[in-house]
Design a protein around this ligand. Structure first.
Ligand SMILES: Cc1cc2nc3c(=O)[nH]c(=O)nc-3n(C[C@H](O)[C@H](O)[C@H](O)COP(=O)(O)OP(=O)(O)OC[C@H]3O[C@@H](n4cnc5c(N)ncnc54)[C@H](O)[C@@H]3O)c2cc1C
Length: 62
């Protein structure tokens, strides 16, 4: 999770663009918490990745 790093970079980008009069916007904020694939990976990491991966592989192959 790089939440504070991402926000500090966006803040610095916004400041530089503003101070130099550059008409660009900082990239939009990454919303991993809205991405089911990311949430699944988080779940697997927190709750025994190997066992769940084996279970998912088994259900995908059957
Ligand atoms: C141990 C630790 C772990 C962290 N882990 C995470 C993490 O896993 N994920 C996450 O998202 N965030 C993490 N953070 C937070 C993240 O690092 C900070 O939020 C982010 O780096 C802040 O960025 P910044 O540009 O505001 O400041 P900084 O990255 O601190 O940059 C400030 C810069 O200004 C320079 N500076 C200071 N004073 C002067 C001066 N007088 N003249 C010239 N230069 C100067 C400094 O040398 C430094 O390079 C962590 C922080 C710490 C301390």
């Amino acid at each position: 999770m790089v939440f504070t790093v991402e926000y500090s970079i966006r803040s610095a980008q916004t400041a530089v663009y503003s101070l130099l009069g550059i008409h660009l916007k900082a990239p939009s904020v990454y919303k991993g918490n809205h991405d089911l694939r990311v949430l699944l990976r988080v779940f697997l990491t927190l709750h025994g990745k190997r066992e769940w991966e084996a279970l998912l592989e088994h259900s995908a192959s059957s």
